[in-house]
Design a protein around this ligand. Structure first.
Ligand code: WT7
Length: 659
């Protein structure tokens, strides 16, 4: 039985159902009728959602799909994302509402800001960026920990129409340099460091290195680096380039004249892993994206901005942080928590303590986190009063039924429904999810597309599969927050997402899924060479390239193997160069450190196996399926298409005998 079949048959045994709580159902933002209403006239439905934003000039046309797959939404409309996230609330009398309760990792290090205060800081930062030479259309890279200034920096860019590209702070200087060069960032915003597990951890040195690499490798010069002082640790300083945030922003005026941009003006570029070594810069534009983020955040979490306290634990370096920590919640005028540190610092109950302290009502996190808490036991969360919670969200990877039930019962007190939200960097916003006041939840199922979204599970040939069967997940109609292209690479955009079902004009998500007997969807995971480790997307090829850049490595193949904690884990098979001999005693450690340095800690292989050969087809393609069998300790599957069928024996004998 293949692992997918196994998953399918386990899942079909799952029969627990959880009806929406009555009170929630009665007062739900979105009711069941919305599905039909959206189906009847999709564009009218989305236009209605766009009305929740402030447009300086209203659009003339909802959707221009004349040149697919290049979409234009709310054509002719003008809008400013930062104005919608801040000024509008102040102008409409919500300026005193708390926008963000920022919680630093060191205990007691907190700061809460209102919408009015945040608007002032963003105006200051916008003025400072203009002063540094940033103009509409220029790109700005942001490499920061989870600080208030990070949100301020993003919104300041949005305010002046300079697309930002936020690079996750856990990426290495190499990865940062690649992204800076690819999108041509004029300015980088960073901090001296941040707190991780009780200790200051430096960030600025990686920016210095990335700047040097960009210059040496690609002749690309970053003009300015704006540095927030967070930890006070020592930093190298280049007077020609480096500028302190507190000087530039602190000294700037809080008055900034807002400008409204075309609905299709680029808002940001978010890099994500694809099936080749080169990360893809996913481009999101303004009007449609903000509509999608605001609508879904309101509908899927049933947000009541006057009374809810919302908390999304994602890092702003990922798309979840963009849509559900910055743009969605702020456009909706929500009050939210932003936490700087790790879940277990200074003690294991830190998250639950924050929920108790701030009375968090809506909580959005990832299955990998839930599984690690499950392992620690319910005694820890049980110490805290979390009765304020009313909706729980999950994102990033399939949530296994046990984790779902534990989440609902231990964290949600058997009261709060769990919404398992499926979406991607590319979709910009949640696409498939239960509605907490409408849907009876099934542990492990993301259920059906939300109103306005249209999805299906289809065969290789594009036939819709019957209930009870699996296939490829596709989105069958354009949606406002869809990616517009891959930065600088329209061809790759068409190729990656739109070529498989070109005839039908469908978006190919790259995920396998199943329809159960009721027609509800179960997302099973990637069908391409992309891995999902702790909800982070990693490309097998990217890690393979990192490995072969090591002087002792001749060839490498990477697979994602099932892992109890992280969903999947990186397993690498490596052939050493002849002159490297057996590589030395520390070869495995040496290679792990190397990958860490090339890409970042999240990409570090759990396992590296030194092998004499790799299984290849006659055309030279590595058969990862067989390597996955080895990594997951299964009997090796069909080897008949191998160029040399004895290779698998060689690999397994080598592993038994050696390290
Ligand atoms: C991939 C997208 C969406 C923000 C976080 C990740 C997987 C995501 C779910 C879910 C099953 C999920 C898919 C998808 N995924 N959410 N609820 N159930 N799988 O964004 O890095 O762009 O990754 O994450 O495989 O394609 P991303």
């Amino acid at each position: 039985m293949s692992s997918t079949d196994e998953t399918l048959s386990n899942l079909s045994k799952e029969e627990r159902r959880f009806d929406p709580p009555e009170a929630l159902a009665a007062g739900a933002n979105l009711k069941a009728e919305a599905y039909e209403r959206a189906e009847r006239d999709r564009e009218a439905f989305w236009a209605e959602q766009a009305e929740r934003l402030h447009w300086d000039q209203k659009w003339e046309r909802v959707l221009d799909w004349d040149d697919p797959p290049f979409a234009k939404w709310f054509v002719g409309g003008t809008i400013n994302a930062a104005y919608n996230c801040l000024d509008r609330h102040v102008d409409e009398g919500r300026g005193d509402r708390t926008a963000i309760h920022w919680v630093g990792e060191p205990e007691g290090d907190t700061r809460s800001v209102t919408y009015a205060e945040l608007r002032d800081e963003v105006s200051q930062a916008a003025n400072a960026l203009v002063e540094l030479g940033v103009q509409k259309g220029d790109r700005v890279a942001i490499y920061m920990p989870m600080l208030l200034e990070t949100v301020v920096a993003m919104l300041a860019c949005a305010r002046i129409g300079a697309p930002h590209t936020v690079v996750f702070g856990g990426f290495s200087s190499d990865a940062l340099a690649t992204r800076i060069v690819d999108c041509g960032a004029k300015v980088v915003i960073t901090s001296d460091g941040g707190y991780r597990r009780g200790n200051p951890s430096a960030l600025k040195p990686a920016v210095d290195e990335a700047r040097a690499k960009a210059s040496e490798r690609d002749g690309f010069e970053v003009e300015k680096v704006l540095v927030v002082r967070r930890t006070g640790q020592e930093v190298e300083w280049d007077d020609a380039v480096d500028v302190w945030w507190h000087d530039a922003v602190g000294g700037a005026s809080t008055e900034h004249q807002v400008e409204f941009f075309d609905s299709e003006h680029p808002l940001y570029v978010m890099y994500t892993s694809g099936t080749t070594g080169k990360p893809k810069g996913i481009l999101h534009t303004t009007g449609g994206y903000l509509t999608g983020a605001a609508y879904t955040h309101w509908a899927v979490f049933d947000l009541k901005p006057e009374t809810d306290v919302y908390w999304c634990t994602a890092d702003v370096g990922w798309v979840t942080g963009h849509s559900y920590l910055v743009y969605g919640p702020l456009a909706n005028g929500a009050t939210q928590v932003l936490y700087e540190g790790t879940p277990d610092s200074p003690e294991k109950g830190r998250w639950w303590k924050i929920i108790e302290e701030y009375g968090v009502t809506i909580f959005y996190t990832a299955p990998t986190a839930i599984r690690s808490f499950m392992k620690q036991g319910r005694e820890i969360p049980d110490r805290y009063d979390m009765s304020s919670l009313r909706v729980l969200g999950s994102v990033g990877e399939p949530i296994n039924p046990e984790a779902y039930v534990w989440y609902r019962s231990v964290i949600g007190g058997d009261r709060a429904p769990v919404v398992d939200t499926w979406w991607q960097t590319e979709t910009g916003a949640i696409m498939i999810s239960p509605l907490p006041g409408v849907t009876a939840g099934k542990p492990g199922s993301a259920m059906i597309p939300i109103p306005g979204v249209s999805a299906d599970v289809v065969t290789e040939e594009g036939e819709s599969v019957p209930n009870g069967s699996g296939g490829y997940l596709v989105l069958t109609a354009p949606w406002p927050s869809m990616l517009r292209t891959i930065w600088g690479d329209d061809e790759r955009f068409k190729d990656t997402y739109w070529s498989k079902y070109a005839q039908q004009g469908w978006y190919f998500a790259g995920d396998g899924a199943k329809k159960d007997d009721d027609g509800d969807l179960w997302v099973l995971g990637r069908v391409d060479d992309v891995m999902n480790v702790s909800g982070h997307r990693l490309s097998t090829t990217e890690i393979e390239s990192a490995l072969v850049s090591h002087p002792k490595v001749a060839e490498a193949a990477v697979v994602g193997a099932k892992d109890e904690d992280t969903g999947q884990a990186v397993c690498a098979f490596v052939i050493l160069r002849d002159e490297a001999g057996d590589g030395g005693d520390d070869i495995v450690q040496e290679l792990r450190t190397h990958v860490r340095k090339e890409i970042g800690p999240i990409a570090t292989p759990r396992q590296i196996m030194i092998v004499p050969e790799l299984p290849k087809t006659r055309s030279g393609k590595i058969m990862r399926r067989l390597l996955r069998d080895v990594a997951e300790n299964r009997e090796v599957g069909d080897v008949t298409t191998l160029a040399d069928s004895s290779v698998m024996n060689l690999i397994q004998d080598g592993l038994k005998g050696g390290k």
